[in-house]
Ligand binder design. Sequence first.
Ligand code: PTJ
Length: 264
Amino acid sequence: MTDVNIPPDHPRAESLELRERVIARYFEGIVAISGLIAHGRGEAFDYLLGEKTSKPALEAISATAATLLTAENPVISVNGNTAALVAEEIVKLADVTHSKIEVNLFYRSSERELAIEKLLRKAGVREVFGIGKKASAKIPELSSERRRVDPRGILIADAVMVPLEDGDRTEALVKMGKKVIAVDLNPLSRTAQKATITIVDNIVRSAPKLVETAEKLKKQGPKKCEEILRKYDNRRNLAESIVAIEENLSKRATQRAHVEGEGE
Ligand code: PTJ
């Protein structure tokens, strides 16, 4: 366990607190050791993005809410990092959109499955899919542990949200005809590129916004959802997310040049 005290006036307090939360969840058996590396990768991309939710991310959040609300069988797939960071928001989102929650791990072990199930139950979920023998179905073409899915969950889902995911499952799920929603701070990752909708944003910012948006859209009805989805284009959205990073970097470079100029 870490016993670091982060001073609230530390300029990076929020980011450091999140890091400490992920480390604590690692010691509780929820986050995989590689999850610490994944979190660091996310931190680096968030820095480049300016640590704020961009306009294209907001559009992707609306398209995600619309997809989950209009799907017949939506499922939110939860791994160690997602559970560690936003268990409560995921449970709220599942509640608003009538989505199932399924645990799906790259580094699968029954200890981790049960630790994540316990955390999700504490956050208020009644049924957690994909635990132990319940993950008895297989995604074709996948050889990693991620291939194991629940026949009542991801296998029959028409829309699957896969936050903070690695590699090849997104492509396989898309090939199975499912709509796949990624949340990934790296717009260049394979998952981000292959998903039907990609939210390029930190999950700690986007998950509460998703809940809020889903609640609002639910009141507006399916016609509004369909209208949002008609206009949404993930290729364009990803390109705009890359531009958002470029713009943030240019702004920072200009500020830097300005400060250096003043010193001359
Ligand atoms: O819990 P398990 O066993 O299923 O394993 C989970 C990890 C995350 C270890 C596994 O899926 C993995 O290795 O993932 P990758 O390949 O590191 O990809 C994770 C992606 O999530 C990277 O592109 C990161 O930039 C991104 N990421 C990390 N933290 C965040 C994030 N995206 C959004 N919000 C974050 N907080």
